[in-house]
Design a protein around this ligand. Structure first.
Ligand code: T5A
Length: 206
């Protein structure tokens, strides 16, 4: 039995962590073994890279180093956690994956998406999510929720226009990859967001 790979995407504060817990509990209620993980991070070394990427102190992180470090962390994550778990029949639920690099480093920072896709193909080989849930909300709503929740990291110090470009990037990706993306309006109440998530999970389980 092979497992499945579910990714949750969206800009800051749209509710990814909140809903990953919800998804995991639902799948567990169906006797499915789930692994919840996140990017950047997920393994010991990838979490060390996360600290470098999100730290607000110390040396400036050059944009190209940022891009490559996201993929370096992803490579550790794929080879040491994601692939082995899927091969054991588990469902891996991941808070962000390569779509985040296209949205943030591509649409946000301005790297050529074609170049990012070349690196993604090297790192991922054939691995692609079976389902990508995009939680979509205007950037101000997500940033406000993230700020209410507590401290901010290095990636949360950008101008609001950066997060609007990220949002636009995600919507374009969803339009290009309709086979695996679903878009949910994350400005709705959590109850409505979760009702839509259940609908898509049930379709995946059919
Ligand atoms: N990044 C990442 C890149 O630039 N490139 C990459 O390749 C990758 C992988 C990672 C940062 O790195 C960047 C993107 C990020 O800037 P992170 O901490 O993993 O950072 O991600 P964040 O988006 O910053 O995570 P957050 O924790 O801020 O947001 P979440 O998880 O989307 O939001 P969540 O669930 O914590 O919810 C925020 C608050 O809103 C409430 C929740 O209760 C919580 O208080 N909430 C709602 N309130 C009302 N209505 C709803 N529908 C709600 N849903 C949630």
């Amino acid at each position: 039995m092979t497992g499945k790979f579910i990714t949750i995407e969206g800009s800051e504060g749209v509710g990814k962590s909140t809903n990953i817990e919800f998804i995991s509990n639902y799948l567990k209620s169906k006797d499915i073994t789930t692994i919840e993980t996140r990017e950047p991070g997920g393994t010991k070394t990838a979490e060390e890279i996360r600290r470098v990427l999100l730290n607000t102190e110390g040396e400036t992180v050059p944009e190209i180093a940022e891009l490559l470090l996201f993929f370096a962390a992803r490579s550790f994550h794929i080879e040491n956690l994601i692939k082995p778990a899927i091969n054991q029949g588990h469902y891996v639920i991941c808070d962000r994956f390569s779509d985040a690099t296209i949205a943030y480093q591509g649409y946000g920072r301005g790297f050529d998406v074609k170049d990012i896709n070349i690196i993604a193909a090297w790192v991922q080989k054939k691995l692609q999510p079976d389902l990508t849930i995009l939680l979509d909300a205007p950037a101000e709503i997500g940033m406000q929720r993230a700020k209410n929740r507590g401290s901010i990291d290095r990636m949360e110090t950008e101008d609001i226009s950066f997060y609007e470009r990220v949002r636009q990037g995600y919507l374009e990706l969803a339009n290009e990859h309709k086979d695996r993306f679903v878009v949910i309006d994350a400005s709705q109440s959590l109850k409505l967001v979760q009702a839509e998530i259940l609908f898509h999970l049930d379709r995946l389980l059919e």
